[in-house]
Design a protein around this ligand. Structure first.
Ligand SMILES: Cc1cc2nc3c(=O)[nH]c(=O)nc-3n(C[C@H](O)[C@H](O)[C@H](O)COP(=O)(O)OP(=O)(O)OC[C@H]3O[C@@H](n4cnc5c(N)ncnc54)[C@H](O)[C@@H]3O)c2cc1C
Length: 422
């Protein structure tokens, strides 16, 4: 890297965002001998990596496949995923003696701390010669036909702590309060600034604004991996804290996993997964007894003398069972129930339908679906077809993984794909 009297730092690759994919991209490019400069408004690298998986970082999944991703083009993730497998990530963490464990559904977590993964990536970047410009605000980006010029300035303390000071349009200024600014120049610019999910740790939409500046479409972002909120008329309010296995169906996808009632609606893995496929106004159907057939149980002769609420109370948490029973049948013996009453009870338990009022929003979302449309982005290199030398990696793109380590793995795989050519 060279710095001239006019404070223009010339480098090979500028990376916006020292998060999961920015670090991986930097490590890959620097290992090829490229001079890499990372710019981030946070004081520390990899803030989302450090909070991921409840601090244990679900860093990959052994059941890696493009079907675990949503986005405008379901084929887009295939190329990068094929060239960076979960076992490649396992090799990397193992090389650094980071202890990990497999949990259900193929999820791999750190045993000690998510910091181990972020620290390892940062250390590898530094060892390969990457330069980190942290607590820096991106004040403007331009391309003059040859290279990108980027203006940066010290971020205000609030931004370094997480607040975004750059919201509201790509800023054009290039000075901080004291008039001091730095300009960077490079032929390659990688935008790895993630999504707006969890703004409380510095997530912003700057990547989308930069994409639009260079002519890319942005699919409107929406919070996913997020609890769903029910309106005040929902008959199952008041069950907060109850958890049970359930099948949640919406938008053509179905997940049989634990479900949790919250004060405002539903959460738990079944809901979080389903939220990736839910769109405002769409219904959600819940089966509270997946794998059972209540109608058959109601027809079974040995249950005929039981009260309906006794049978349901044996199958479901008491308070939920009470809510699902119509008052007129709860104290009736099962043998006395009409065919219609049995069918209604079956439907209440196996096909509870509701239209959520919304989600808990970006502040509670582990990811945002939508983002930079992949229409004009190479699935092999993540390079823009509209502006050669411009790359987008990780969650800023319209590629979103289900719960289970898929988002971090996408960040690694797409960061690596860009780092191989940037
Ligand atoms: C609470 C939580 C838990 C999660 N747990 C998991 C998990 O266990 N497994 C999993 O696979 N995924 C998990 N995820 C999702 C995963 O962390 C993200 O998908 C992944 O970090 C995205 O990588 P990225 O590099 O695209 O973006 P990030 O890792 O978010 O990196 C973006 C970087 O850009 C910087 N930046 C943003 N805006 C600006 C700006 N205006 N100026 C300068 N810099 C900027 C940020 O400071 C950040 O360093 C979790 C997410 C959350 C919020």
């Amino acid at each position: 890297m060279t710095s001239t009297a006019t404070d223009v730092i010339t480098t090979d690759v500028i990376i916006f965002g020292a998060g999961a994919s920015g670090l991986f991209c930097a490590m890959t490019a620097a290992t090829r001998g490229r001079r890499v400069t990372l710019v981030d408004h946070a004081r520390a690298t990899g803030r989302k990596v450090r909070v991921a998986g409840g601090g244990k970082c679900n860093f990959t999944n052994l059941e890696m496949h493009a079907r675990h991703y949503v986005g405008g083009n379901p084929h887009f993730p295939k190329s990068a995923l094929a060239r960076f497998s979960p076992w490649d990530m396992v090799s990397l963490v193992s090389e650094h003696d980071i202890a990990w464990e497999e949990r259900e559904h193929g999820q791999l977590f750190c045993l000690r701390s998510a910091d181990d993964v972020a620290d390892m990536l940062e250390a590898r970047c530094r060892a390969a010669g990457c330069r980190f410009l942290l607590s820096q605000r991106i004040a403007g980006v331009e391309h003059d036909g040859d290279a990108f010029t980027v203006a940066i300035a010290p971020a205000q303390a609030a931004a370094a702590d997480g607040d975004d000071t750059t919201q509201g349009g790509t800023p054009r200024g290039s000075t901080d309060a004291s008039g001091k600014a730095t300009r960077l120049r490079a032929a390659s610019l990688v935008v790895a600034t993630g999504s707006q999910a969890w703004p409380q740790i510095g997530a912003t939409d700057i990547g989308h604004r930069i994409a639009r500046q260079f002519g890319h479409k942005v699919t409107p972002p929406r919070p996913v991996l997020v609890p769903l909120v029910m309106d005040s008329q929902w008959p199952l309010h008041g069950l907060a804290g109850i958890a049970l296995p359930a099948r949640v169906v919406t938008g053509g996808a179905a997940f049989t996993l634990p479900l949790l009632f919250t004060h405002r609606g539903i959460s738990g893995p079944a809901t979080l997964q389903a939220s990736c496929y839910w769109h405002p106004g769409a219904p959600v159907e819940i089966d509270f007894l997946p794998g059972e057939n209540l109608e058959e149980l109601l027809r079974a002769p040995e249950h005929g003398k039981l009260l309906a609420r006794t049978l349901l109370g044996r199958l479901l948490p008491d308070r939920l069972a009470e809510r699902l029973l119509l008052p007129e049948i709860e104290n009736r013996k099962i043998a006395e129930l009409s065919k219609a009453a049995r069918a209604a009870l079956h439907a209440a338990v196996h096909a509870h339908a509701a239209v959520p009022a919304g989600t808990e929003g970006m502040r509670k979302a582990e990811a945002a679906a939508g983002g930079v449309s992949v229409e004009h982005v190479s699935s092999r290199s993540m390079e823009s077809a509209l502006r050669p030398g411009l790359f987008f990696t990780g969650e800023v793109l319209d590629v979103t993984g289900q719960l289970g380590g898929y988002n971090l793995h996408w960040a690694w795989a797409s960061g690596k794909a860009a780092g191989e050519v940037a």
